[in-house]
Write a protein that binds this ligand. Sequence first.
Ligand code: HSE
Length: 363
Amino acid sequence: MLKIGFVGWRGMVGSVLIQRMIEENDFNYIEPIFFSTTKFGQICPIFGTNIQDAYDINKLKKLNVIITCQGGDYTDRVYNSLRASGWKGYWVDSSSKLRMDRNSIIVLDPININVIEQSLYFGIKNFIGGNCTVSLMLLSLGGLFKHNLIEWINSMTYQAASGAGSKHMIELLNQMRILGNIVNNKNHAKSILEIDSKITKYMSKLPIKNFGAPLAGSLIPWIDKKIDNGQTKEEWKGNVETNKILGFYPNTIKIDGICVRIGAMRCHSQAFIIKLKKDIPINEIESILKEHNPWVKVIKNDINYSLKKLTPAAVTGTMSIPIGRIRKLSMGKKYISAFTVGDQLLWGAAEPIRRMLKILVMS
Ligand code: HSE
């Protein structure tokens, strides 16, 4: 059995990964060893084994595969020394640190199993989870990518608090509670303008240590650092990671847009404007999309279906990738719109990593 080391398994993505592995009986096929940067020496609550020191290169060296959900700083601190020590195992990482490295493959097997298999054949050892919006976009539009029908995509995102981290989720809830408490049984009959002016007053007093601005009752049109061309890093990733995942040269398919943080908990949504390479009827587009993978669900462009099936509230905690609002735009016959939602912690983070481990175990 392969010896698999887990680092960062107590964090948000790591916990979702472990939960999914338990659901899928993945632990039956591996020898798991749990590591921690702080809790080594303690007993692992899942398997009752001793937790090992995640900085101990000699212990890490004995593993066939390391799966880390610990974040980029850990990768920075450990990866190079581990390779320098002669370790030849597989490094599977949910952080973005090594994603664009030429010796790394970004994993999303329903989309790029051919790229993954080829790289295994050529001895690649680093398999990295993609940015969540990119993975969710690719799964929703997989059919159009597969049939080489996309000229470009404008993607406008509506990203959940979980993408920023667990402290951010708590901060959002605290902001919501403070605003929500303004309306109670005693004052709900007051004039809405009176209530609204109180909300406006409280907005400037909300806790914003993590987000830097109120998110409850508002939004933040900026995610991650600024890069030189005026994009945010999150927007830049849309283009570069998509092309890398598909095994294309940079910029083969152009993707750009604005990434926005909204007050959803763990589902990212995205609105697309897509220029197709040719005019295809909507029913054909829908068939191409739904035939691509078992998780994508085409949602009828209708109010009831959209409200019931195409919202973060409907999708959260599920593996479904609904895509709806599909229609031709007034700009021309090759232009369509679409809207998709996906759980940022499942298909957006943990699941591609879990499936990559399975591929390694089976290969
Ligand atoms: N960068 C993403 C976000 C999450 O901030 O929502 C990780 O892919």
